[in-house]
Structure formats: structure tokens, C-alpha cells
Design a protein around this ligand. Structure first.
Ligand SMILES: [Zn+2]
Length: 511
């Protein structure tokens, strides 16, 4: 019979915070190397500030040798005066270190080839010469007051004894640390464990993992268990090929499983959303920690269980990572879930009404439709037979895009008042949205999601616009269809706002 897993297990090494673990975030360098990703200086500054606020220790801001534009974006980050150590990636050439110094960085991530494939095949040199260059450059960088990490590129495919020599040479030359890099996401957790444990004989070690085998988080934890005290990661795991290890996933695993909290987990969702928006790489709905469905419960039984005990179908509360639980309605929706969803909008129904609402929600779900909050409220209004008073309504909309700057004007009613405004934009829809925002003034909102489905046909086809709009901590998703895309867009947003504004006090309504 097989024995239970024991010995030098991850928990044995990690439990009770055997040693401190910190993060090096490389979203702005390795993450930016993902196909199609390019961040502006402003975007880098925003992400860097949030990483710093969350408690990330080292922010790798870019690669100074890339271009003058890249150096400008690195300077924006070094100019922020963060608590974090700000570094630049440098190849094993002196010029790269000089360019990094020009950007005012605190440190450098000096990458030198470790595997023979890289030593001979890519750089065309010898192991001896790699050791010499490493020694020289580490001394040069430390002489200039830089924090220095030596990364042995492709370390997981290197000869073990050479990786050790590289770690020893780096430490002897005065490097602050050595990084074991699983550059192509090739290693097993045991391999990472062994390499990190061995390199740790010479000094502090970092671990850099990629997700090509889906092992990035496991391998990062294996590295930590073996003694690594700095984990390289990117937010959302953005990076080349299958990506780097996701910072939020390692952070949550360290916190939830091992009681270590190197970063403020409550800021993880905001970081994830910020990076998804800046990189244009959307979050998969089933992504751990930050995916749309990570804390959503749809099926009747799960919803019922969750309402009885929040933790029933969740490993940890969504608030721990800055999120909220969502109950999603569809063909599996049950009475408890529907009643709870209505209660979120302060709608109370009798048992008979509830049965009708559930039946109609299930019917919508069976037709493959996702039941939005607005759908649910419309169904409830219908069942209760008391068409709710609208608070916001479109009275008039005109848009023009021929020949000049696209412009639009709207006239809206909010309660008893009328507001109008005109706006310009990159197209008529954008112009109309600007006009709506202007007309509404203080009634601010956030357009979380916007997309359009055209029903196939001619150019007169009806389009359906889907919007997700939030105000404070409330969010609604609404669809609107029209032959005119601008009209559909404005209708959807205004409908969403109508749902998001609290119902007027009864006294005012009765006047
Ligand atoms: Zn990498």
C-alpha cells in the first residue's frame, strides 16, 4: 500500500512562515513581451503604483536596451519614488547596464545564459566566458550602487553543476541574489525544488516560472519550499507563450494554504482588472482569483447552499481579494437564488409571485439566454403587474458622423427634470456616450463592458448592444436592440442606469 505523502513536503517547508517570501513583479517587462502587448508610460506608471501599494517588493519596469521609448517609460516608473526596488532587465553586456543606470533604476536583473543551448547556440560563447562576464558585470553594477540579481536563463535545462557554478560566481562577485529560471516552462516541481535548494547554498535565490505545462504556480511554490524568498510573477500571468506565473494566484495560494501574505490580497482584483485593461488581454471567465465566474454561483443547489453558508462552495471569501459574490440566474435557478437576487435590488415578492418569476427565469435560461439583472427586474415587474416608475428616460437623441467630427446630442429625463447635452467622440456611439455623461452630471457611472452582436442580414440588420454598467458596488447587465447602433447603445446604458438608481422615497413619489 502506498504511503501518505511525507518528508520534505511543501507544507513542512512553508508552514508557519518558515521564511519570508516576497514578490518581484515583471508584468512591465516579461509580461509586456506577450504577443500584441505594449504599454504606454502612463499605463506603466499606473500599474507600478498599484503594485507598490499592494506591497510588491521589486518592480521590473522594462528592458532599458530595447529603445529610447522604452527608456522613457522606465524613467516614468523610477520617477514615481516608490517603496519598491525598481529594476531594468539587462543582457550580459556592459552597455545594457549603462543604459539602465541612465534610467535611474535601483537595480538590474542581469540575464546570462545558463543552458548549453543558450550558451553555445544562442550567444555563441563558452561556459568559462559566461562566468567571466557575470563576474565583471556584477562588479560593475554593484560598484555603481545597484541591487543586482543574476538570472541564469533557461536554468531548468542547464547542467546542474554549471548552474551551481553560476550561482556561486554571482554571489562571490557581490550579487544580491541568483534566480533559477524555468524560462520555457519545462521543469517538474521536483526539478525546480532541487535546483533552488542547490543554488541556495551560495546565497538568496529567486524563482522564475512559466506556465507552458500548467505548472507555474506549483513550481513557484516548489521553489519557495526549497528556500527561494523572491517569486517572479506577472499580474494575470501575462507573458510570452502560455505566460508567466500569475502573481495573484501565487499570492492567494501562499495566503490560503500557508498563511503567508507578502502582498495585500484585497488589492489583487483591482490589480488584475487594471492590467487586463492596460494590456488588452481579457481575463478568462474561469480564471482563478480574478475570472468573472470565480465567485459566481448559478445552479440552484449551489446557490441555495451558498445562501445558507457563504463558505459552502467557496475556498475563501471573495472580499479577501477585493471582490463580491455573484449569484447568476439561468435555467438552474431556484427559489432561494431568485429571492436573493431580487432582494439585492430591494424587491420583495410573495411566494406565488416568486414561483412565477422562477418559472419565467428558467424559461429564459432554457432558451440559452443569460438572465441579466435588468431581465429579472423586468420579469418581476411584469409578474407583480405594477410597472415600476422609470427614473431615467431618453427623450431625444441625434447623432451625426458625416464629413467631420462625429457629434451627438441627447435629451434625458431624470425624475421630473430634463437635461440635455452634446458631445463629440471618435465615432457616433462614443459621441453619444460623452453627451449622456455630460447630461447626467453628478450621476456618474462606469461602463464595465460594451459589445455588439449584429444579427446576420443586410446593412439594415438589427444590432444588439450588451452593456455592463456599475455604480458604486452595484452592477447590471443590459441588452438593447435597434437598427441604429447609437440608439441601441444609449438605450442600453440609460436602461442600466435606471436600474442602478435607488427607487425614490415613497413620499416624493406620492406628491
Ligand atoms: Zn520569463
Amino acid at each position: 500500500m502506498a504511503e501518505k505523502f511525507s518528508g520534505t513536503s511543501f507544507p513542512a517547508a512553508l508552514d508557519g512562515g518558515a521564511h519570508d517570501v516576497q514578490f518581484l513583479d515583471t508584468t512591465l517587462r516579461d509580461g509586456e513581451q506577450a504577443p500584441g502587448v505594449s504599454l504606454t508610460a502612463d499605463q506603466k506608471a499606473t500599474v507600478a503604483r498599484k503594485l507598490d501599494a499592494a506591497g510588491v517588493s521589486v518592480v521590473e519596469a522594462g528592458s532599458a536596451c530595447t529603445s529610447a521609448g522604452e527608456r522613457e517609460t522606465i524613467r516614468r516608473v523610477t520617477g514615481l519614488d516608490l517603496d519598491a526596488t525598481v529594476t531594468s532587465f539587462c543582457r550580459g553586456v556592459k552597455r545594457d547596464v549603462e543604459l539602465a543606470l541612465d534610467c535611474g533604476v535601483d537595480g538590474v536583473n542581469l540575464v546570462v545564459p545558463a543552458s548549453d543551448r543558450h550558451v553555445e547556440g544562442k550567444v555563441g560563447t563558452s561556459r568559462e566566458s559566461v562566468l567571466d562576464t557575470t563576474r565583471e558585470l556584477v562588479e560593475y553594477a554593484t560598484d555603481h550602487g545597484l541591487w543586482v540579481e543574476v538570472i541564469g536563463e533557461d536554468g531548468s535545462r542547464a547542467d546542474d553543476s554549471f548552474l551551481d557554478e553560476l550561482a556561486e560566481t554571482s554571489a562571490d562577485a557581490g550579487a544580491d541574489r541568483f534566480c533559477v529560471a524555468d524560462t520555457v516552462g519545462h521543469a517538474s516541481p521536483e526539478r525546480v525544488y532541487d535546483l533552488v535548494a542547490s543554488a541556495s547554498e551560495y546565497g538568496p535565490v529567486s524563482v522564475h516560472t512559466h506556465d507552458d505545462l500548467g505548472l507555474a504556480v506549483t513550481n513557484a511554490l516548489a521553489g519557495v519550499a526549497a528556500g527561494a524568498d523572491l517569486v517572479h510573477a506577472t499580474v494575470n500571468g501575462v507573458g510570452e507563450r502560455a505566460g508567466n506565473v500569475a502573481l495573484e494566484e501565487v499570492a492567494v495560494a501562499l495566503w490560503h494554504c500557508y498563511d503567508l501574505e507578502p502582498v495585500d490580497t484585497e488589492q489583487l482584483y483591482d490589480l488584475a482588472s487594471t492590467v487586463a485593461e492596460a494590456t488588452g488581454v481579457p481575463l478568462p471567465p474561469n480564471k482563478a482569483v480574478s475570472g468573472e465566474n470565480a465567485f459566481a454561483h448559478e445552479s440552484g443547489i449551489h446557490t441555495d447552499g451558498t445562501l445558507k453558508d457563504d463558505r459552502m462552495y467557496e475556498p475563501y471569501p471573495p472580499e479577501a481579494v477585493g471582490r463580491e459574490r455573484r449569484l447568476v440566474l439561468g435555467k438552474h435557478a431556484g427559489r432561494a437564488g431568485v429571492r436573493a437576487a431580487l432582494a439585492e435590488h430591494d424587491v420583495e415578492v410573495t411566494d406565488d409571485e416568486l414561483a412565477d418569476v422562477v418559472e419565467r427565469v428558467n424559461e429564459l435560461g432554457e432558451r440559452g439566454k443569460r438572465v441579466t439583472d435588468a431581465d429579472l427586474l423586468a420579469v418581476a415587474d411584469d409578474v407583480r403587474g405594477d410597472g415600476r416608475d422609470r427614473r431615467v428616460e431618453v427623450l431625444d437623441l441625434t447623432a451625426a458622423s458625416g464629413g467631420g467630427t462625429p457629434t451627438a446630442s441627447v435629451r434625458l429625463r431624470v425624475d421630473d427634470d430634463e437635461y440635455s447635452a452634446a458631445g463629440t467622440g471618435s465615432g457616433p456611439v462614443d459621441a453619444a456616450m460623452t453627451a449622456v455623461r455630460d447630461a447626467l452630471g453628478d450621476v456618474t457611472f462606469h461602463l464595465e463592458e460594451y459589445h455588439v452582436d449584429a444579427i446576420t442580414g443586410g446593412t439594415d440588420a438589427v444590432v444588439t448592444v450588451h452593456v455592463t454598467v456599475s455604480r458604486g458596488d452595484r452592477t447590471v447587465t443590459v441588452d438593447a436592440s435597434d437598427a441604429d447602433i447609437t440608439a441601441a447603445s444609449v438605450t442600453a446604458v440609460v436602461e442600466a442606469l435606471d436600474r442602478l438608481l435607488p427607487e425614490q422615497e415613497a413620499a416624493t413619489a406620492a406628491d
